[in-house]
Design a protein around this ligand. Structure first.
Ligand code: FE
Length: 193
């Protein structure tokens, strides 16, 4: 099957000033698009041609994995942010407080992990197999799925996510990103898990 670039769930200007039209244009229309184009080319004539994106991520390695996983990760990332004012569900808020002591401590731990992740990758809030919340990072195209973890929220810490708006200052990108998190999406992921 041919994979398609997901449409952004908001307008290109909608996240300003936290994330600019220029960043979204490059990040979505160029970087994300390139992963889709490359994957469609790489799977021609392979057993992966008939598989869903998630099955490709689970069963492939090398270039096919890298491109498929980056599509999966970016789809998840766009769904993790919104221009709308959203709130954590009571269920999510309670689980975060039980795990990290407070919302503030959770935020601090998440942003510290994202700030200190070396090189390109992703930072995630996940549920482990025992339904415990964890903050984990993955390197390059790494995905929680292949480690038996269920993703609830992700932040892209590749430089292409922030270099236009914040140059090399990843912490400024992260504090802006925090204010556009789609807590409805995160809460729904917990409910569905
Ligand atoms: Fe990215």
């Amino acid at each position: 099957m041919k994979h398609e670039l997901m449409e952004l769930p908001f307008g290109y200007d909608a996240l300003e000033p936290h994330m600019s039209r220029e960043t979204l244009t490059y990040h979505h229309d160029k970087h994300h698009q390139t992963y889709v184009t490359k994957l469609n080319g790489l799977i021609v004539g392979t057993k992966f041609e008939s598989l869903s994106l998630v099955d490709i991520v689970k069963e492939s390695d090398g270039g096919i994995f890298n491109n498929a996983a980056q599509i999966y990760n970016h789809d998840f990332f766009w769904n993790s942010i919104t221009p709308n004012d959203t709130k954590m569900s009571t269920q999510l808020e309670k689980k975060i407080e039980d795990t990290f002591d407070s919302i503030d401590k959770f935020k601090e731990e998440f942003l510290t992990k994202a700030t200190t992740h070396f090189g390109s990758g992703w930072v995630w809030l996940v549920l482990d197999k025992s339904q415990n919340l964890k903050i984990v990072s993955t390197t390059n195209a790494g995905v929680p799925l292949t480690k038996g973890l269920t993703p609830l929220l992700t932040c892209d810490v590749w430089e292409h996510a922030y270099y236009i708006d914040f140059r090399n200052v990843r912490p400024d990108y992260l504090s802006n990103w925090w204010s556009i998190i789609n807590w409805d999406f995160v809460s729904q992921n917990l409910t569905n898990s």
